[in-house]
Design a protein around this ligand. Structure first.
Ligand code: HEM
Length: 275
């Protein structure tokens, strides 16, 4: 203890909730935050499900900020700043993966008790998640039809579809360093490309390109965590609803398995066959 009078170091704007009682409550919009969990059924597990979903949505958004920062840094050939943003993102991803613990104990009986209130709602419709997918390079214009009645989400996603992905910008760095990189397909998913794999092989084989190899490893750390999140989603679904079809209209488990089996940044994985 210093004995000094505590000086609040936070200042708040004039838009604070009138009933907020402490500076903390004002700053984090506590009353508003706690008013956002509104279960529809009498099943207590629905509250846990809502909290888990909202926590993950916030973390998706945080991750989007980090990956956007990493992409901007790559555009400037600033590998240090890109590495820092990816590393911060990896910590966010670790929390995202652990967030599945919130749902790990949910039984089929508990899930069935509130599943009807979901109607056709599915995390598959999360535009925040789709922005992350587009940043990874998993682009699909077809998915935008979901947002035809939500112009703001549609416009944001449409712009993201047309903007080079994080991986596109990483490959553009390689291209500026003299490696041969084929042009990215505009607005559609980048599939595995032998020429991109050859470029990464050159990077990993040349000590003078060690900074690019470090970038490759940072991207791989990110990729692995994306897959980990998908695998834990798959396990949670298998536990709570088995192989039944999803509320979003997919086949459920088999669809999620296919999604989890897709390598993120595929050439960074396949190049390992040759190293
Ligand atoms: C145990 C609870 C959950 C079940 C049973 C479940 C089930 C499913 C199913 C079956 C799908 C496939 C699409 C469909 O037909 O609906 C799906 C997709 C998806 N869910 Fe969940 N889900 C659960 C929890 C969550 C949570 C908490 C989130 C967090 C936001 C989430 C986010 C997503 C996303 C982003 C997709 C699309 C995945 C992709 O494109 O790979 N899910 N979910």
């Amino acid at each position: 203890m210093t004995g000094k009078t505590h000086q609040p170091h936070l200042r708040f704007g004039s838009d604070q909730a009138p009933d907020a009682s402490t500076p903390y409550a004002q700053y984090v919009h506590l009353a508003e935050l706690h008013s956002l969990q509104q279960p529809v059924s009498a099943e207590p597990a629905e509250y846990t499900f809502i909290v888990a979903t909202q926590v993950m949505e916030l973390l998706f958004d945080l991750l989007h900020r980090e990956w956007t920062a990493a992409r901007a840094a790559l555009r400037e050939d600033d590998l240090t700043a890109a590495g820092d943003a990816l590393r911060r993102g990896q910590h966010t991803q670790d929390v995202l993966v652990s967030s599945w613990d919130l749902l790990a104990a949910m039984t089929p009986g508990e899930f069935n008790a509130f599943r009807p209130v979901l109607g056709e709602a599915s995390g598959f419709q999360s535009s925040t998640f789709l922005l992350l997918e587009f940043l990874l390079g998993h682009k699909s214009e077809r998915l935008l039809t979901m947002y035809q009645d939500s112009p703001a989400e549609y416009d944001e996603l449409f712009a993201a579809l047309r903007t080079p992905s994080l991986y596109d910008e990483a490959l553009a760095v390689l291209a500026r360093r003299g490696l041969e990189i084929p042009a990215a397909p505009a607005g559609s998913r980048r599939e595995h490309d032998d020429a991109v794999e050859a470029a990464w092989r050159a990077v990993y084989s040349d000590p003078e390109l060690a900074d690019l190899a470090r970038l490759g490893e940072a991207l791989l750390d990110t990729a692995e965590r994306v897959t980990r999140w998908r695998q834990r989603h798959y396990s949670a679904v298998k536990r709570t609803m088995g192989g039944k079809p999803g509320t979003g209209g997919s086949s459920g488990l088999s669809w999620l398995k296919h999604s989890a089996d897709q390598d993120v940044f595929p050439e960074l994985w396949s190049v390992r066959n040759e190293l």
